[in-house]
Structure formats: C-alpha cells, structure tokens
Design a protein around this ligand. Structure first.
Ligand code: AP5
Ligand code: ZN
Length: 205
C-alpha cells in the first residue's frame, strides 16, 4: 500500500496514519514528526522551529529531502503532512506513485477545538485530547507514564494561522488530486475508530 492522507491541521492525519501503518504493516512517513525531531537543525533557511512555531511552512528543499529519504527505504507507506503546496506535489509525483489519496474532511471550528485541546506525550509522542481522548490520569501518558504537554503551535492564534496556511497553500493540492479523479473524501467527524473504518473501506475498495 502507498497511501496519501490529506487534511487540514487537526483533521486526524496523525491519528489515522498510525492506525493504517499498523494495520497494513507499512511505514508511517510524517513530515511533522520528522521536523519536530529535528527542530533545532541548522539549515540555510534557519531552523525548522523558527517556521513551525509561527505556523508557517518549512521551506520546500528541507522537507523534500526528508520525504525522499523516507520513501526511498519504504516498501509501502502512509504519507501524512506532505505535500502541502503544489511544488511539493510536483516533487512527490517525480519520486513515487500512489495507490490511494484520501482527504479527511472536518469543519473549521472542530479543527480549532481539536488543536487547542491536544496534548502529546513528551516521551513517546502518543496523542491525547483533553475532552475527546482524555488519558486515564490527567497530564500522564497511558502508554508510558510520561508527561503530557501542549505543542507550541497549538495555541489558538497559531492554530488559526496554520489553518490559513492550509486553505491558501494546501487546498490547491487537494483540488489537484480531485481534478485528476484520484481523490476520495472521507468525513472525519466521527470517533477515531469510525473514521478508521471509513478509510479502510476506501483503501480496500
Ligand atoms: P504537522 O505535524 O503535519 O501538523 P498539522 O498538519 O498541522 O497536523 P496536526 O498534527 O496538527 O493534526 P493531524 O491532522 O495529524 O491531527 P491529529 O491526529 O494529531 O505539521 C506541523 C508543522 O510542521 C507545520 O505547521 C509546518 O511548519 C511543518 N511542516 C510539516 N510538514 C510540512 C511540509 N510538508 N512542508 C512544510 N512544512 C511542513 O489530531 C488532532 C487532535 O484531535 C488530537 O488531540 C487528537 O487526539 C484529536 N482527534 C483526532 N481524531 C479525532 C476524532 N476522530 N475525534 C475527536 N478527536 C480527534
Ligand atoms: Zn507516552
């Protein structure tokens, strides 16, 4: 399987990609996680952190390099967080083919609630939400006991900026795949398990 999962910030790409990669035994390739793991890396454009904390896109050459390296080693994959603009989409088409392109559709105000309520484990990276996916004990990871923290770009102001960046830069990518007739849209407003079933239906049919 070579699956591309598209969606706005907070649509559930990370949540669903992890489940899909598990289900199909393929790589989960996520530019967001890769960049967070290398936030302080010096590039000729500055650190990834300087863009991410402002909700802006990290420059294409940095991100393209990450994706190329990750896909080179992958037999199958679920790709999440890339491409985010038309130039990245063009680059992706040069390095790999795709079997499925899925868009997770979620209303803007729901996205803001999901982003501002998200908490992530400082140790293992597991994802929670204060209301929608609360941990058993507040502030503590169910998986590893690590501390749950808020991502620096999940304040309401930066979340809204990220959504603007999505509507300006990434919607044209969505339209591009729709015009090609390969895009399948999935309603992302349901429980994570229900959304997962919907995506699985699409991928397997
Ligand atoms: P990235 O990490 O990709 O962030 P994003 O696209 O903003 O997506 P999120 O991780 O916020 O959301 P998600 O869709 O994965 O949702 P999640 O499953 O976590 O990118 C971060 C930054 O890195 C960018 O701003 C940019 O600077 C840079 N970057 C990354 N890729 C780049 C690229 N290609 N080019 C340039 N720059 C790049 O869910 C969100 C919350 O909702 C969680 O709390 C979760 O628990 C909850 N939730 C999930 N599903 C449900 C559900 N069904 N019901 C209720 N709650 C749910
Ligand atoms: Zn943890």
């Amino acid at each position: 399987h070579r699956i591309l999962l598209l969606g706005a910030p907070g649509a559930g790409k990370g949540t669903q990609s992890a489940k899909l990669a598990d289900e199909y035994g393929v790589e989960h390739v996520t530019t967001g996680d890769a960049l967070r793991a290398n936030k302080e890396m010096e590039t000729e454009y500055g650190t990834p952190k300087s863009f991410m904390d402002a909700g802006e896109l990290v420059p294409d050459p940095v991100v393209n390099e990450i994706v190329k390296a990750a896909l080179e080693d992958a037999d199958g994959f679920v790709l999440d967080g890339y491409p985010r603009n038309l130039d990245q989409a063009e680059y992706l088409s040069e390095i790999t083919d795709l079997d499925a392109v899925v868009l997770l559709d979620v209303d803007e105000e729901v996205l803001v609630d999901r982003l501002t309520g998200r908490r992530v484990c400082d140790d293992c990276g597991a994802n929670y939400h204060v209301d929608f996916q609360p941990p058993e004990e507040p502030g503590v990871c169910d998986e590893c006991g690590g501390d749950l923290v808020q991502r620096e770009d999940d304040t309401e102001e930066t979340a809204r900026e990220r959504l603007e960046v999505f509507y300006d830069n990434t919607e044209p990518v969505v339209d591009h795949f729709r015009d090609e007739g390969v895009l399948v849209e999935v309603d992302g407003e349901a429980t994570p398990d229900e959304v997962f079933e919907r995506i699985r239906d699409v991928v397997e049919n």
